[in-house]
Design a protein. Sequence first.
Length: 265
Amino acid sequence: MHRYRFLLSRQWVILTLVAIALIPTMIELGFWQQHRYEQRTARNDLVSAALHAKPVPVEELTSPGHAVTRAEKYRTVTATGTFDTAAEVVVRRRTNADDRVGFHVLTPFVLDDGKVLLVNRGWVPANSTQTAYPKVPAPPAGRLTVTGRLMADETTAASGIKNLKDLPDRQIMLINSAEEARRLDAEVLGGYIQQTAPRAKGGSPQQLSDPGSEDAPLNYAYMIQWWLFAAAVPVGWWFLVRREVRDRAEAPAEPRPEENEPAAV
């Protein structure tokens, strides 16, 4: 076993400790990617089921004070009533498909029973300072039926967007039915909808696209990758050890001191 005494050297002790630490770390990273894969797969399944579900009247899924659930989110709903453009506001710092910064247009929609549904009609561009109220095309007048995707109330915790105060007139940061109920002094259905029909004339506001699926297969590939790395660490360590043993065995023996001294006369 003297051939392996080099493993007790400082360099090899450090290398071995690093290898030992890497194995459980990589295994844990693999499990983390597995959890991400499962979460994204479940989310994609929910979104797909919601997008393909039959449209239902909005009040079958939400009511004043209701918190929209994950299973209800993205469901297609319909509502009949009239737009209240006098109480319309815009939501700051929102981007379109081209990553241009602008506003989302949030218009209260008064239902036949007097309750209010918040309708995100889409995106409009901002002016240079984002302080002035933008030009917003008017929605259709009179009684009509709108269709849209049901969305949950926005919060700072979920979105990371700070709910700033003292904003310019008729501008908000987050779409939140409880806050809008206080502003409007009305019964507001929980959550809001992203309007999909009828489509705005002239293409503005730009209506928002359906949510895309999250890349779950990528997480699965990362999971396998981390576990392969974990398996490769001890194999690589043993390969280095064997090469060190071979190199030491093939190295010429160092001459003894007496062999280098001149012969006595």
